[in-house]
Design a protein around this ligand. Structure first.
Ligand code: HAM
Length: 418
C-alpha cells in the first residue's frame, strides 16, 4: 500500500471541520485588524530564501526542499511565508501605495525536519506582515493582534515572551562578544556551528544539538548590547504592552531561527502541547525589503502553526463535530427514489443539508445508515406517501413523528430550517 510521505499529514473530514472553524476565526480577526489576504506561489527561486531567510540558518542550510526544474533553475518549496511576501510586495510595487501595508496569508510550508508531535515536513501557517510602520506602537499592535487571535480561538495556557536582538548598529558589537565566547569553546561545537563562528555566531544560539544548546545557555545576551535607539524602542514597546494590560515576559534567550530579524522578536508559547511548544513566532525585519532589492521600508510580522493550534485546542477538549444531514429520505422503491432525489435537489437549493439512499439499501439498512451518520430527521417515502402527498417526519433525537405534505417549503419549515 502506498503511504503518505514521512512528516506529512492527512486532514480527514472529521478533523477538517475544526480546521475550517479556526481558519474562519483567523480570517475574521485579520479583517478586524485591517489585514488583507495575499496569495502567493508555493515555490520560489531558491535564491530568495538564501538571501531572505539567510544562508547560515538551519532552514536554508538543512531543511529546504530544493530542486532544479527542466530549465535548470533552482527552485525551493517555501519553508516560510515572509520572504515570498517581501518578494511580491517589491515585484508588484505595493510599497508605492498607501502605507503602512498590512497583509496576511494562510499557507502550507515545507521543511525537512525530524517529524514529531507538532512538527511536520509539510505544515500550515497563518501569518501576517506589516510594512512601513517603524514605531514601537506597530510592534505592540501586531503582538496584540496575535493575542486577540488566541483569545478568539479560546486558547488558554499560552504566554507571550519578547526580546530585542538589536539593529545593524549594535549587532556587530554583540556579534564580537558572541564570537569571543564561542571561540573559547570551539572544540565542543558541532560542525555546523563551527562554520557559523565567523559567519554568523548568532545562529549557534538556536542549534538543536544538546551540547551546543548547553554552551549557548551562558552566552552573552543581545539585550545587554542594545544601542540607545534599540533600547528606547524596546522600552517603549514594553510601556505600550503594559498600557494595554498585556501579560508578557522578557526572555533574553529568544533570537529566532531566521536571519532577517532586527530589534523586536517575540514568541507565544503553550504549556499544553509538549516539546514543540512555540505556537507563534515573529518579529521586526527592517532591512529585509531593501536587502531583497526594494526601497528602505520597515517590516514586522508573525506566523503561527495551525497543527500546534489544533493540538492546543484538543488538549483543552475542544472538538468540532462534522455537520450531519438535516433530513434523510428513505425511498421504498424506484418511483419513491425519484421523489426523494428531486426533493433533495429542492432542499439543496434552499441551503438545507438533505440526503437520500444512493446505493439501493433495504429500508432497515437505510434506517441504520441514517442513524449512524447522525441525520436529524428521517422521512420514509413509498407508494402511500406519494399517493397521499404526505410524509411522516421522524425526529431522530426524540423519535417523535410529524405528518407534513411532501413539499420542500413545508418540510423546511417543519425541520426548523426556515
Ligand atoms: P517560524 O518560527 O519559523 O517563523 O515559524 C512560525 C510558526 O510556524 C512556529 O511557531 C510553529 O508554530 C510553526 N512551525 C514552524 N515549523 C514547523 C514545523 N516543522 N511543523 C509544524 N509547525 C511549524 C516563521 O516562519 C516566520 N516567517 C514568522 C514571521 C513572519 N516573522 C515575521 N513575519
Amino acid at each position: 500500500m502506498l503511504q503518505k510521505p514521512r512528516g506529512t499529514i492527512d486532514i480527514l473530514p472529521d478533523k477538517s471541520v475544526m480546521w475550517q472553524k479556526v481558519e474562519t476565526i483567523l480570517r475574521e480577526t485579520a479583517a478586524t485588524h485591517g489585514y488583507g489576504e495575499i496569495r502567493l506561489p508555493t515555490f520560489e527561486v531558491s535564491e530568495l530564501y538564501k538571501r531572505g531567510v539567510g544562508d547560515t540558518s538551519d532552514v536554508v542550510q538543512k531543511e529546504m526542499y530544493s530542486f532544479y526544474d527542466n530549465d535548470g533553475r533552482s527552485l525551493s518549496l517555501r519553508p516560510e511565508g515572509t520572504a515570498g511576501v517581501v518578494r511580491s510586495v517589491i515585484e508588484n510595487s505595493l510599497t508605492s501605495g498607501a502605507m503602512p501595508l498590512p497583509v496576511y496569508y494562510l499557507i502550507s510550508c515545507f521543511r525537512y525536519e525530524k517529524p514529531e508531535a507538532g512538527r511536520s515536513r509539510e505544515f500550515y501557517q497563518f501569518g501576517a506582515e506589516l510594512f512601513g510602520a517603524e514605531q514601537p506602537c506597530a510592534d505592540a499592535d501586531i503582538i496584540l493582534f496575535v493575542a486577540d487571535i488566541f483569545k478568539k480561538l479560546g486558547i488558554k495556557d499560552i504566554s507571550l515572551e519578547i526580546n530585542s536582538i538589536g539593529c545593524k548598529h549594535c549587532r556587530p558589537i554583540y556579534n564580537k562578544a558572541l564570537h569571543e565566547y564561542f571561540e573559547a569553546r570551539r572544540s565542543e561545537l558541532c560542525d555546523t556551528c563551527l562554520s557559523r563562528i565567523d559567519s554568523n555566531p548568532l545562529r549557534i544560539l538556536d542549534c538543536k544539538s544538546p551540547i551546543c544548546s548547553a554552551i549557548a545557555e551562558n552566552a552573552p545576551k543581545t539585550i545587554d548590547y542594545l544601542c540607545p535607539e534599540c533600547a528606547e524602542h524596546f522600552n517603549e514597546l514594553k510601556s505600550l504592552l503594559d498600557a494595554a494590560g498585556a501579560d508578557y515576559k522578557v526572555n533574553p534567550s529568544i533570537v529566532r531561527g531566521l536571519d532577517y530579524y532586527r530589534r523586536t522578536v517575540f514568541e507565544f508559547v503553550s504549556t499544553a502541547i509538549g516539546s514543540q511548544s512555540t505556537i507563534c513566532g515573529g518579529g521586526r525585519y527592517d532591512g529585509l525589503v531593501e536587502e531583497l532589492g526594494g526601497p528602505a521600508i520597515s517590516g514586522i510580522g508573525f506566523a503561527m502553526g495551525l497543527t500546534r493550534i489544533m493540538l492546543a485546542l484538543e488538549a483543552q477538549g475542544m472538538v468540532e463535530k462534522p455537520q450531519t444531514a438535516d433530513i434523510y429520505f428513505a425511498p421504498m422503491d424506484k418511483k419513491a427514489l425519484t421523489f426523494s432525489f428531486t426533493m433533495a435537489q429542492k432542499l439543496y437549493d434552499m441551503g438545507i443539508r438533505a440526503d437520500f439512499d444512493k446505493v439501493g439499501r433495504s429500508l432497515k439498512a437505510q434506517m441504520k445508515y441514517a442513524d449512524k451518520t447522525g441525520a436529524k430527521y428521517v422521512a420514509v417515502i413509498g407508494e402511500t406517501e406519494i399517493e397521499s402527498g404526505e410524509i411522516k417526519l421522524k425526529s431522530m433525537a426524540d423519535s417523535t413523528e410529524t405528518v407534513v405534505s411532501l413539499d420542500a417549503e413545508v418540510i423546511a419549515k417543519a425541520i426548523g430550517k426556515i
